[in-house]
Design a protein around this ligand. Structure first.
Ligand code: ADP
Length: 533
């Protein structure tokens, strides 16, 4: 709306300016005496015959004189004379072009406004918005399959069960098997959450309804909930089908102090809908987030998004596969394993960009063959541009590896379940019991202390990479105070115990850190094996 006004005002201003210019350019009529004077002084540069008058161009300005009153022959002898062309057609043509351009600009702005506020309307809001809603939630038929998703083999395996359910939902129903209603995919941006959900739909050949969490809360009050209802009813109508809600944290953020009425009503509607399909009628909701800790616990409760799939940044093996997918069809002599090694910290999306940039670099060199140097030339650019998490230098990598290795060993020793540790990430097992014990919580604190204690022990130094762990410790301590498990936060005793354990493990920590640098991750089974040696 605002833009429309701006364009209209600019148009009017432009018209006025043109008008002023036109009036200013209108020549002044002169009498014959003055004309003779100009002619005899050779001041007229050019004359243009225009119907009844003659325009006279001089250095000082333009004049006009009635044609009948002058002798054309003398004029012709002294000054170049032109006959004025008929400009009216041109003016008409230019006016039409301006009109069309304005019309297109307005149409474009209108379209943008509508796509931003898909269910907004000026007149009878409720009526028209429902009509818009209807037309806005449309499924797509995905042509993506698991072959298009590189790596993440376990994820694909887990999801193939869902594919089978979508294809044979009747069989499962008859057999009384309940399938999950909701799958929550957790992982940093660009690791392929959307891609995988599309692949599930593609493999199963079912309609795919995409909605972004933020699109529910950006619209008019009350509309978010309506939109959720509409989405589910459409998906049910077309079942078996998949609903994919990207950035679900926009709706499912834990209801805190800054509660937002609109978000709450949308969230409640989402919960109602998910609880609504008791005997799952073939609609599977896949949601994606990169902040599971911010999710409202209500959404995570059983019967809703009770399946979780964690995706992390791809490891060496997966990076190589992703690079291979995107290099397919591009002539090159690149040893992709070297590039995979050099691109630690890249997501799938980052790798796709990297390949693209390398290919552009090759073209810039006027070559159609992508070479290794093309990759190195753009590696930093992509890294910095994407603000990747991992920009450690070699020294920092060594410190971080020691830090994480100590934590992994402690977790094993203090019996805190985990899947893996990488240089930048701890993947602890989700806590499944409902009742937690003081000793388990204290053991967790000890694990979070281990990294910084190991730095003291091995490098005789304290580093800032322990920041997140100390935040976790603080949270745990506050949590324990709620249950009267501790009175004051005194970590000395725990530190002492951790130090004792780590001192006996110094060599093992260093060896394990080398393994971590080499493999980029340490899994639980690695440590088990390692401790047996
Ligand atoms: P997310 O939803 O996790 O933010 P996307 O699914 O939108 O990530 O990924 C963005 C793009 O990155 C995808 O469209 C795809 O081109 C590429 N990509 C990410 N992960 C992979 C992968 N494992 N295999 C192939 N391409 C990938």
């Amino acid at each position: 709306m605002k833009n429309k006004k701006i364009i209209l005002v600019s148009f009017i201003i432009l018209c006025v300016l043109f008008g002023i210019l036109y009036v200013k350019n209108e020549p002044e009529y002169i009498d014959e005496n003055l004309y003779q004077g100009l002619l005899s002084e050779n001041l007229i540069q050019k004359a243009v015959i225009d119907d009844e008058k003659i325009l006279l161009k001089t250095k000082e300005g333009n004049y006009a004189i009635i044609k009948d009153g002058i002798d054309l022959k003398t004029l012709l002898a002294k000054v170049p004379v032109e006959i004025k062309k008929d400009n009216t057609l041109w003016i008409f043509f230019i006016a039409i072009v301006i009109f069309i351009i304005l019309f297109l600009i307005l149409a474009f702005i209108r379209k943008k406004e509508f796509s931003k506020y898909p269910i907004s309307s000026k007149k009878t809001q409720t009526q028209t918005s429902i009509a818009n809603l209807e037309s806005n939630i449309k499924p797509v038929i995905s042509s993506i399959t698991f072959d298009d998703v590189a790596g993440v083999d376990e994820v694909k395996m887990e999801l193939s069960e869902l594919v089978d359910f979508l294809q044979n939902s009747k069989k499962y129903k008859e057999f009384g098997v309940k399938m999950p209603k909701g799958v929550l995919m957790v992982g940093p941006p660009g690791v392929g959450k959307t891609l995988i959900a599309k692949a599930v739909a593609g493999e199963a050949g079912v309609p795919f309804f995409y909605q972004s969490g933020s699109s529910f809360v950006e619209i008019y009050v009350g509309m978010g909930a309506k939109r959720v209802r509409e989405l589910f009813s459409k998906a049910k109508m077309m079942a078996p089908s998949i609903i994919f809600i990207d950035e679900i944290d926009a709706v499912g953020k834990a209801r805190g102090e800054m509660s937002n009425v609109e978000r709450d009503s949308t969230l409640n509607q989402l919960l109602t809908q998910m609880d609504g399909f008791e005997d799952n009628n073939g609609v599977i909701v896949i949601a994606a987030t990169n902040k599971i800790e911010l999710m409202d616990p209500a959404l995570l409760r059983s019967g809703r998004f009770d399946r979780r799939i964690f995706l992390s940044l791809p490891d060496f093996k997966d990076r190589l596969k992703i690079l291979e997918i995107y290099m397919k069809g591009k002539s090159n002599n690149v040893d992709l394993s070297k590039i995979a090694k050099a691109s630690v910290g890249f997501s799938g999306a980052g790798l796709e960009t990297l390949v693209n940039e390398a290919a552009i670099n090759a073209l810039r060199r006027n070559s159609t063959l992508v070479e290794e140097n093309d990759f190195y030339a753009v590696l930093n650019k992509v890294l910095v541009g994407k603000k990747k998490i991992l920009t450690f230098n070699d020294e920092e990598k060594k410190i971080q590896a020691t830090y994480q290795a100590a934590k992994a060993l402690s977790a094993y020793y203090f019996d805190i379940g985990f899947e893996k540790f990488t240089l930048i990430e701890d993947r602890f097992k989700e806590y499944e019991k409902n009742i937690r014990s003081k000793s388990e919580l204290i053991n967790r604190i000890k694990v979070y202390l281990s990294g910084s204690r190991a730095m003291n022990l091995i490098y005789n130094e304290t580093y800032t990479n322990s920041q997140n762990d100390f935040l976790k410790i603080k949270e745990l301590l506050e949590y324990m105070i709620n249950f009267d498990m501790i009175e004051e936060a005194n970590l000395d005793e725990y530190k002492k115990e951790v130090d004792e354990f780590l001192s006996s493990m110094k060599e093992k920590i260093l060896k394990l850190s080398e393994l971590l640098l080499d493999q980029e991750k340490i899994e639980y089974k690695d440590i088990k094996l390692f401790m047996q040696i």
